[in-house]
Design a protein around this ligand. Structure first.
Ligand code: GDP
Length: 364
C-alpha cells in the first residue's frame, strides 16, 4: 500500500496527530523529546462521500473505504544525518515511505518546550530539510563510488543511475531538494528506485492552536508561502482538536466542528491532501453485498488495477465493465446505466479513471 511518513522536530505535535489519525492511544504524547522511539504504523480510512452515494443507490449491505498507511517517524533533529538523536534509523524509515507529512509547530505555548527555543516553522522546516539533503548527498557519493566498476563494464543501468545521481547531486549542491529535478518519462522508474529522501513529495502540516484552527495564523501563512515556492502542499490543522474529535461519534463530531466554525475535520483534509500529493485515485466495486473503494496510482491500466483486488484478476484479465461515477449516479445505478448504453466494455489498454465503477471479467 501507499505510505506517508509523519516527520517533524520533537514536540511539534506528531504523536498527537498520529494518535488522532489512527484513533489509538498507542503512540503516547508527552512533553519530552524522543518520547516515541519505535516507528508507529497506522492505517486510516480515506474519506470519500462518493462511496456512500454508490452504496445508497445499490443498497449495498457493507461499505468498505480504501485505506492509507501513516508512519509516525519520531526523533528527527538537527544532526540526524550525523547519527545524532537516533538519526540513521529514522532516515531509513523515511526512505521506505512514498511521501512525507512534515508537521510544523505553529502554536505558541510556553509550557511545551521547543527544541530550538522559539516558534518559527519556516526555520524548523529548513532544519529538517537540511538534514535530509545532507543525508541524500552522502548516500549519493557512496552510491557513485559503488557504481564505478559496473560503469567500466558498460552496464547500461549503472550508467543511467550515475547520470540521475549526478543530476540530483548538482541540485542538492545548489541547495535545492531532489524533488525540484525534472525527470524525463523514460527515467521516471529508475529515479523512483533511487529512493532519495528529498525526492519524496512533501505536505507541510501546520499545527495551530485550537482557537486558530479555522483561520490559521501568521506562522501557517508563512508556511503556505514557502510551500508554494517549493511546489509542495500545506494544510492547517489543530492536532489537539483532532485528538478530541477522534474520541467523539460522528454526530457529536459534526456539532463540535460546527461550533468551531469548521466544515470538515482537519484529518479528512489531511488524508485527502496526502492522497492528492501521491497522485492517487479511487475506483469502486459496487454490488448488493458491498460497496468498496480501491486505491491506484493515476494512469494505471485496467489489468493492474484489477490486481489490487487479487493477483488472479490481473493474470486472467479479460475485460472490465465500466461505468463512470457520474453516469452511475445520474442514471440511478448499474442496470439503468446499462440500459442507457453507458456501461462500456474496456480491454487491457484501458486506463482506469478516478471514480470508475468496475466489474472485472477474468479467466480463473
Ligand atoms: P511530538 O514530539 O512531535 O510527537 O509531539 P507530541 O504530539 O508528543 O506533543 C508534544 C506536546 O505538545 C504535548 O504535550 C502535546 O499535548 C502538546 N501539543 C500538541 N499539539 C498542541 C497544540 O496544538 N497546542 C498546544 N498548546 N499544545 C500542543
Amino acid at each position: 500500500g501507499f505510505k506517508t511518513g509523519i516527520v517533524g522536530l520533537p514536540n511539534v505535535g506528531k504523536s498527537t496527530l498520529f494518535n488522532a489519525l489512527t484513533r489509538t492511544a498507542a503512540a503516547q504524547a508527552a512533553n519530552f523529546p524522543f518520547c516515541t522511539i519505535e516507528p508507529n504504523v497506522g492505517e486510516v480510512a480515506v474519506p470519500d462521500a462518493r462511496l456512500d452515494t454508490l452504496a445508497r443507490i445499490a443498497g449495498s449491505k457493507q461499505i468498505i473505504p480504501t485505506r492509507m498507511t501513516f508512519v509516525d517517524i519520531a526523533g528527527l533533529v538537527k544532526g540526524a544525518s550525523k547519527g545524532e538523536g537516533l538519526g540513521n534509523q529514522f532516515l531509513a524509515n523515511i526512505r521506505e515511505c512514498d511521501a512525507i507529512a512534515h508537521v510544523l509547530r505553529c502554536f505558541e505555548d510556553d509550557d511545551v518546550t521547543h527544541v530550538e527555543g522559539r516558534v518559527d516553522p519556516v526555520a524548523d522546516a529548513e532544519v529538517i530539510e537540511t538534514e535530509l539533503m545532507i543525508a541524500d548527498m552522502e548516500s549519493i557519493e557512496r552510491r557513485l563510488q559503488n557504481l564505478v566498476r559496473k560503469i567500466k563494464g558498460g552496464d547500461k543501468e549503472a550508467i543511467q543511475q550515475e547520470r540521475l545521481l549526478k543530476t540530483a547531486l548538482a541540485a542538492l549542491e545548489q541547495g535545492r531538494p531532489a524533488r525540484t529535478v525534472q525527470v524525463a518519462d523514460e527515467d521516471a522508474r529508475a529515479w523512483e528506485l533511487l529512493q532519495l529522501l528529498t525526492a519524496k513529495p512533501v505536505l507541510y502540516v501546520c499545527n495551530v492552536s485550537e482557537a486558530e484552527a479555522a483561520t490559521g495564523n501568521a506562522h501557517s501563512a508563512a508556511v503556505a508561502r514557502m510551500a508554494e515556492a517549493q511546489g509542495a502542499a500545506s494544510v492547517v490543522i489543530s492536532a489537539r482538536i483532532e485528538e478530541e474529535i477522534s474520541q467523539l461519534d460522528a454526530e457529536e463530531a459534526r456539532e463540535f466542528l460546527a461550533e468551531l466554525g469548521l466544515e470538515e475535520a482537519g484529518l479528512d483534509r489531511l488524508i485527502k491532501a496526502g492522497y492528492r500529493l501521491l497522485g492517487l485515485q479511487t475506483y469502486f466495486t459496487v454490488g448488493p453485498k458491498e460497496a468498496r473503494a480501491w486505491t491506484i496510482a493515476a494512469g494505471t491500466p485496467a489489468p493492474r488495477a484489477a490486481g489490487v483486488i487479487h493477483g488472479d484478476f490481473e493474470r486472467g484479465f479479460i475485460r472490465a465493465e465500466t461505468i463512470a461515477y457520474d453516469d452511475y449516479v445520474t442514471l440511478g445505478g448499474e442496470q439503468a446505466a446499462k440500459d442507457a448504453g453507458r456501461m462500456r466494455s474496456e480491454g487491457k489498454g484501458y486506463v482506469v479513471q478516478d471514480g470508475d465503477v468496475l466489474h472485472f471479467l477474468f479467466n480463473a
